[in-house]
Design a binder for this molecule. Structure first.
Ligand SMILES: [Zn+2]
Length: 235
């Protein structure tokens, strides 16, 4: 993993370190990420949602005006507010721990001891390096250790962690370790296939490539169990 400070260019004679733009571009295109937890500041929730919307509206208007757009135009004048509301209430709502879905577990009264696989969970997220969408499908499997989870809750957990500026690897790990915690078992697998608009529509402009990431815990680290799971994905 690359050290964070390789992005800074330190001057020879103690001048304020500048930012190396080429290194920033490269780190973005390489989709470098720094850890399991979404990097958040301690004061992340000092502002209310409506204060955040007002502030983002102001700054998004600045961006549009800087680009030379005429905000008096009827088609554009509502865009800063729309974007601000979308960011706070939808696209990035999963930054707020209060938005985490509440999960009720059930006893595994049927004593179902095989893996349960939920395939093709639709996923929309946003790349934290470019703030453009990546989207695809998540596949989840678990082997119950006495508790079972409602199927729709698996979708909700995927949605919750997707609604953040993300890196696909971190998203996969966050979903996997959250399920391990909720279900009280290591036996969790998560595979995500996604297309990144920052790869398809800009930069290298590869419209066909997709990215696959995986998380395997407990018995899914065993070749046989992992292969059983992967075979279900091909059904
Ligand atoms: Zn990106």
């Amino acid at each position: 993993m690359r050290e964070r400070n390789t992005l800074a260019r330190v001057g020879n004679n103690g001048e304020v370190p500048g930012i190396n733009e080429a290194a920033i571009e490269e780190a973005g295109d390489d989709h470098i990420f720094t850890g399991h937890d979404t990097p958040m500041r301690p004061d992340a929730f000092d502002l209310t949602d409506s204060e955040k919307i007002k502030k983002i509206e102001y700054h998004f208007r600045e961006i549009m005006e800087t680009l030379g757009l005429d905000l008096q135009d009827d088609s554009l004048d509502g865009t800063p507010l729309r974007v601000a509301k979308m960011y706070v209430n939808e696209t990035f709502s999963g930054l707020d721990p209060a938005a985490k879905p509440s999960i009720t577990l059930f006893e595994n009264s049927y004593k179902y001891g095989q893996m349960l696989v939920e395939k093709d969970i639709t996923l929309f997220s946003n790349c934290e390096h470019h703030f453009v969408p990546f989207y695809g499908r998540a596949h989840i499997a678990y082997i119950s250790d006495g508790k079972i989870i409602g199927l729709s809750k698996l979708n909700r957990i995927v949605q919750y962690f997707s609604k953040r500026p993300q890196v696909q690897e971190r998203l996969t790990m966050q979903i996997g370790s959250e399920l391990q915690q909720i279900l009280g078992t290591k036996d969790i697998a998560v595979v995500i296939y996604a297309r990144h608009l920052c790869v398809c529509a800009r930069g290298i402009k590869d419209t066909r490539s997709s990215t696959v990431t995986s998380f395997y815990g407990g018995r899914f680290l065993m070749e046989e169990t992992k292969n059983e799971f992967l075979n279900y994905l091909n059904l």
